[in-house]
Design a protein around this ligand. Structure first.
Ligand code: NAD
Ligand code: WQD
Length: 346
């Protein structure tokens, strides 16, 4: 089957009330795709769905459903003519996964296997899966390419990403017609320029940028920079921070590729990052400069499980997906601050 944008194509976005899913839903609708959002709201609330509807001006269908529940999910496949799935639904806290491994193995793996099984039953052929740079651990060579070996995962969360990549690869090789893309995200940051949707961390944020915005807003006293003694130019760790809107667009590019039959091989993997490393300290200073706010910080010990440096070789995505990150770190950090202000002050 060859699909073209313009003919109505419906994408099931699991976990679409979450951070990356909501921004991707906006991009999908903006490109002309139909979207159905399914989310169990275990780490999100309806405000993100309302935000997506407000930005896109469309009454996007939302179904409260647990992807591990075959019956609930089957309703969706039965009711909507689904053409492709983007599977964001997962639990994502590295730290929680160490304390509660079974929650992670169950939710992340069972949800994925359930959705893939329903795709088979209903003849849905296209899957985009949310993988992570965490599969590389500390790479031996940087920037890291997709062909670099995956390292033994340092958390149950990371392990679920490796296992789900393998589930996708093996299912595609076993079942005729099935195609899939695993996108390995680097560090997503920022928010939609409207500040109507963004990241909604629960409790104390584990990720750097939400911790910074909460510190700038006075909710946290100071940022702890985990490690100032790495072998990097300023001693703090290096990451590849990818703007959320650029990341959202990568999903559209991956879908377009499969739906237009442009994929080379039925299972493909792409790094989604900027290709540019940035240190924690430089990110903090850039945030302060761009937004004109202070972020008190203190350099403390390293965080268990952290790698020193990781950034993407994005050539494959640039060439094959025709996708490239375009928003600057300044844009991303300004949008993150706008979103925090929207949350605090409306
Ligand atoms: P998020 O928690 O904001 O979004 C995930 C959504 O899935 C939430 O809305 C949650 O309620 C929902 N969900 C969880 N389990 C579900 C289930 N069984 N059934 C239905 N819905 C369920 O997280 P995010 O940052 O948007 O991440 C999206 C995906 O990208 C996840 O798979 C995550 O592992 C992956 N990822 C995230 C990052 C990151 O730094 N944010 C990096 C790499 C990969
Ligand atoms: C970035 C840098 C921290 C908080 C995690 C997951 C990974 C992926 C993306 C899903 C690191 C430092 C952070 C703070 C700090 N998620 N930091 N003080 O660890 O690169 O990746 O999210 O797949 O799997 O592990 O992202 O935002 O937590 O940290 O100094 O309060 O900021 O040490 O160097 P990370 P992060």
């Amino acid at each position: 089957k060859i699909y073209r944008v313009g003919i109505f194509i419906t994408i099931l976005v699991t976990g679409g009330a979450g951070y990356i899913g909501s921004h991707t839903a906006v991009e999908l609708v903006g490109t002309g795709y139909g979207v159905v959002i399914a989310d169990d709201l275990s780490n999100a609330d309806m405000s993100a769905v309302e935000g997506v509807r407000a930005i896109s001006g469309k009454d996007i269908p939302f179904v409260k459903a647990d992807c591990c529940d075959e019956k609930e999910m089957e309703e969706i496949f039965r009711e909507y003519g689904i053409d492709a799935v983007i599977h964001f639904a997962a639990s994502k806290s590295v730290e929680e996964s160490v304390r509660e491994p079974l929650k992670y193995y169950r939710n992340n793996i069972l949800s994925f296997a359930t959705v893939l099984g329903l795709m088979r039953t209903y003849g849905v052929e296209h899957m985009v899966f949310s993988s992570s740079a965490t599969v590389y651990g500390q790479p031996d060579a940087l920037p890291v390419t997709e062909s670099a070996p995956r390292k033994p995962a340092n958390s149950p969360y990371g392990n679920t990403k490796q296992i789900c990549e393998d589930i996708l690869r093996d299912s595609i090789s076993a079942y005729d017609g099935m195609k899939g893309v695993a996108l390995r995200y680097f560090n997503p940051i920022g928010a939609h320029p409207s500040a109507l949707i963004g990241e909604l961390p629960r409790g104390v944020p584990a990720n750097l940028v939400p911790f910074i915005t909460q510190t700038a807003a006075g909710i946290r006293e100071r940022l702890h920079i985990f490690g100032g003694d790495y072998s990097t130019p300023d001693g703090t760790a290096l990451r590849d921070y990818i703007d959320i809107m650029d990341l959202a667009k990568a999903h559209v590019a991956a879908l377009d590729r499969m739906l237009n039959g442009k994929n080379k091989g039925r299972y493909e993997v792409f790094n989604i990052g900027t290709g540019v490393p940035l240190s924690v300290l430089r990110l903090v200073r850039t945030f302060e400069r761009v937004n004109g706010v202070a972020v008190p910080y203190k350099i403390t010990g390293r965080r268990a499980g952290d790698v020193e440096a990781v950034w993407a070789d994005t050539s494959l995505a640039n060439i094959e997906l025709g996708w490239k990150a375009s928003r600057s770190i300044e844009d991303s950090l300004a949008s993150a601050w706008d979103w925090e202000k929207h949350l605090r002050y409306g």
